[in-house]
Design a protein around this ligand. Structure first.
Ligand code: XIL
Length: 411
């Protein structure tokens, strides 16, 4: 498979904006791209459709509530605070998003506003207002919160003061302790769980050469977990990453780290699988095997950032813009996406025992708001990776999740 690191760094460079450090999940470490499922047809078209496809099932619209179906968290990433498309806006987008959230989800993750630079903008400054407002809303709605993320290398997320922080390893260790403990303590008792460290490994299994790694070696990871546990003993602590595929060097390195933590009593409660996946990649058997490896260690499995776009920019056989890409969500494609969502949800409940289910979270409320359009598809065209369409209406994918979470056949 084609390494996804290269394309994503180009995207990050070109738009000079936030990037998930290659979180496209475009592929694992091998040399060919993950390709669309053979059942997914790629069409050539220059037309662009902004319509979305609503579910044919009326139950999705009015009666269905995902959160009522299961007894583990069903989560969604949200924009909040001053962000564009904040759920708190008193416009169509804000009102529609809140209605969707309150009907279907019992956990939220801040898509951005609980990241490093938002909460700790200067060395002596912590900024709580926007996150506290989100947590207040969640508490009012009886929705739990998954914190994301205490330590993340992504360039836009490392505050400038931190990038320029002087000092040796011991000084960095103290500074990071203050960062992690101050934030974890502030939200203690109000977040259910944290992504303590996000994306610490490269595809080849080496530690990512992040600022933290350069200053502290791999010790920054275990210190973050120790500090988070000390400041908030009740929160579940996750290591979170993308492309965690069985057999791949990155996943093996992750498991080695987990094993080492468990041997040395470094606190860790689970592994977060981002799951920025595609229609045909990875296979359900690979997804199941990666969940199983974490279950075998007695740790929780949490799907933290699921989205499933129709196009796959790393499938260079079937995708190139502007001549060869899918420009319309046809009923057939929406049906295929429903099955894909169902199979992933079903894989989760099939493999992960009840006591280890950390939750099932999609990365965004509705298709218009997906990070993929700007950061993976470079703003070139529309996409439909989520459960609600550009018109806020439920898509067949929503029924797929409902069926999968309840262990029904996927069709
Ligand atoms: C993304 C957000 O959705 C965007 O709004 C932001 O511009 C960049 O970050 N992996 C992660 C998330 O862990 O934090 C990223 O979120 C998506 C990839």
């Amino acid at each position: 498979m084609l390494s996804m690191k290269h394309p994503v760094s180009i995207i990050c460079f070109m738009v000079l904006t936030a990037c998930g450090g290659g979180s496209s999940g475009g592929g694992a470490s091998s040399t060919t791209p993950p390709v669309s499922s053979s059942s997914v047809s790629t069409v050539s078209s220059s037309s662009s459709s902004s319509s979305s496809l609503s579910s044919s099932s009326s139950s999705s619209g009015s009666d269905l509530s995902l959160k009522a179906l299961v007894d583990f968290p069903v989560g969604v990433a949200v924009n909040a605070g001053n962000e564009t498309n904040s759920i708190f806006l008193e416009n169509t987008a804000g009102i529609a998003q809140r209605a969707i959230i309150e009907q279907h989800f019992d956990q939220i993750t801040a898509g951005n506003i609980m990241k490093m630079s938002y909460l700790h903008p200067d060395i002596d400054t912590f900024a709580w207002t926007q996150a506290d407002a989100l947590l207040d809303y969640a508490a009012e709605q009886n929705i739990s919160v998954h914190g994301h993320a205490l330590v993340w290398h992504s360039d836009y997320q490392v505050p400038n003061w931190m990038k320029n922080f002087p000092g040796d390893k011991a000084a960095w260790s103290d500074m990071m302790k203050t960062h992690v403990q101050t934030i974890a303590a502030h939200f203690s008792g109000r977040v259910e769980s944290w992504d303590v460290v996000n994306e610490a490994f490269e595809e080849n299994g080496s530690y990512r050469n992040s600022l933290f790694f350069q200053k502290m070696g791999s010790d920054y990871i275990e210190e973050a977990f120790i500090n988070a546990r000390a400041a908030d003993p009740s929160a579940d602590l996750y290591y979170n990453d993308y492309n965690l595929s069985p057999g791949d060097a990155k996943f093996l390195a992750t498991l080695d780290m987990v094993d080492d933590f468990q041997e040395r009593d470094i606190p860790i409660d689970g592994v977060g699988f981002q799951m920025h996946v595609y229609m045909g990649w990875p296979s359900i058997s690979a997804i199941k095997a990666s969940f199983q490896a974490v279950v075998d260690r007695g740790l929780k499995v949490k799907i933290t950032e699921l989205d499933i776009p129709i196009n796959n920019p790393f499938d260079t056989t079937n995708y190139s813009f502007p001549n060869n890409y899918i420009s319309e969500l046809t009923p057939a494609l929406a049906q295929q996406q429903k099955v894909r969502y169902c199979e992933i949800a079903k894989a989760y409940v099939d493999v992960v025992p009840a006591e280890l289910r950390g939750g099932f979270t999609v990365w965004g409320v509705w298709d218009e708001d997906t990070w993929l359009i700007n950061q993976i598809f470079d703003g070139k065209h529309i996409e439909w990776p989520l459960l609600f369409g550009h018109d806020f209406q439920p898509k067949p994918a929503l029924d797929g999740v409902a069926a999968g979470l309840t262990g029904q056949a996927c069709s």
